[in-house]
Design a protein around this ligand. Sequence first.
Ligand code: ADP
Ligand code: MG
Length: 677
Amino acid sequence: MFLDDPISKIKNIGEKRALLFSKLNIFTVRGLIEYYPRDYEDRGNIKKIDELIAGESNAFIGKVVSPAENLLINGKKITKLIFKDEAGKLEIIWFNMFFLKNVFVKGQEYIFYGKVTDKFGRLRVESPEYELVSGGGLVNAGRIVPVYSLTHGLSQKFLRTTINYVLENIEDDIADVMPNYIRERYSLMDKKPAITNIHFPESESAFFKARGRLVFEELFFMQASLIKLKGYIKNRVDGLVFKEVDISTLDLPFALTNAQERALAEIISDEKSGYAMNRLVQGDVGSGKTVIALISAYVAIKNGYQVCLMAPTEVLANQHFIYFKGYFDKLGIKTELLVGSLTKRQKNSIYFNIESGFTKMIIGTHAIIQSGVRMKNLGYVITDEQHRFGVGQRRDLTLKGNNPHVLVMTATPIPRTLALILYGDLDISIIDEMPPGRQNIDTFFVTGKYLPRVHNFIREEAEKGRQIYIICPSIDGENEQLKSVLSYTEVLAKELSPLKVNCLHGKMKQDEKNLIMDGFSKNLFSVLVSTTVIEVGINVKNATLIIIENAERFGLSQLHQLRGRVGRDSHKSYCILISDTKNKYSKQRLQMMVQTNDGFAISEMDLKLRGPGEFFGLKQHGIQELKIANIYKDMEILKLVSEAVNIDYSLLSNEEIVRLDNELCKILDYESNSVFL
Ligand code: ADP
Ligand code: MG
């Protein structure tokens, strides 16, 4: 029997059972031994008969005293067996298992594991698991035993026995793909004992070593393959050296928070280091990332370089453009906006200004990475809302310069462990503090019945001079189940008259969108009905109420982003989620929004609900579902792994390189080898 044999090669597994195994996604012998337990039971403590206590489950070893008997008692089929150990005798019974009569041999020793019951003052054991004590190791009791996720028709005992049989009879080596020096450096258990101990731990400490080894390997290959996908290994490349700059000339209207100061200091220290910066700034919605971009851009420009800032939507790019211009115009720094909707003439003029070096600050969408754009001396590249861009786009932008410093910003609060995997090539700064004066956004989850009250609430906020967003899932109402921007705008305009209501959606022309957004940010009207085009980045401080229609249609992280459009100043703000969903899980999700404002908690919940595979479309990044590593608990190992994936090739034998290579090709589904070479 070899690792790559189909599962049906294993004794006792025919077509029927193979089908059952396929339901667990197990098709080969390898698949079986990599089917790790979901839990363990400590059955290691073997008790003597006189130590048994009713109500507890225990393991005990005894000799069968007499052949088993089948009895019919009150219509119940009962199999009875008497066994003994040094301390005494005990009765065991099973229900509806007449076939057991012929299983036990008088005088033979068995190990049992089962619940002790007290029947009219006499102890007995009901329906225990059993196993013949022979020369080999124990599988089902007398040790820590594995507990697997099952499918109907496969029992724990069968799985345990089969996996144990395979581990003892496998003919090929379970090849150790981790290079020797890495195994030594991180004191990793060898592969074969790790696999054996993950199923049948010899001891608690052996289990932890085994698990640690397998988690290490899994995360190692996940990260190595990601790095391969990204096209380069984290290598320190030489970078531009920036001098420090007096930033007080920017004349910011507020003091930075401690978290902002820290992030900025990390950026500046990178930029002075002589190496190209690759840094992710991660901070919850509203934590104040834009100003970090502004200040660091200013530093680069003062050092004589051009700076690009790329945003995922034109609406956001436009907002950034207005914000940056507000600071840079008076300092004589030419700032331009480069987006897809410009005319050819406009673009050509901007291209010219960029190429000549006249324009220092370029803000735009992915239009920036088009081939017509040639920079004079691009020294710093920033992408906002990084999760909306692919790795490739980030790289293309970088290639417009000569090893520019790179900063990426994301509001999507990714658990740090995941961030390390996804952005394994980046250093991370976290802004974990909100600007002063922010209040929790009170969140309510109501059904459509409450609409009249919601409308009243809109009027009240508007009377206070505040502004309101209303989010609908569709634009023109093709789906009758969903509120649409166009028809709801009409309804509201009448309903809320004389309040002014306007709308915004993706099918509008860019000029129109900008006009509307501009009007809203200047408080020219109170109510903006919109699709999710305003989901990321939009900053209108005066908005205090966001109402989300058909809230069940949106993911948790998306709802959190949308909610982040309000509460961006010290005004008390509110979020109302409207949904008539009957679905239990949808309701749970919306309830979660009511309970917390903490983006990290929400994304963690999102991750748990959807699993890491769906969250962020990890599969597109080439990430498989994790078999053993836990993104929450294995942070420490992940740290070691991020270090270990910077492989020192001088310490590898040719054979090791080939093995690593094969493994990666398998994971990445590459046909030919030499991924690592
Ligand atoms: P995000 O992190 O979501 O991109 P922004 O950068 O848009 O957040 O900032 C949100 C709001 O907070 C903006 O109006 C910004 O001016 C304000 N802000 C940022 N930093 C501070 C600070 N240190 N003190 C007060 N307000 C701040
Ligand atoms: Mg932002």
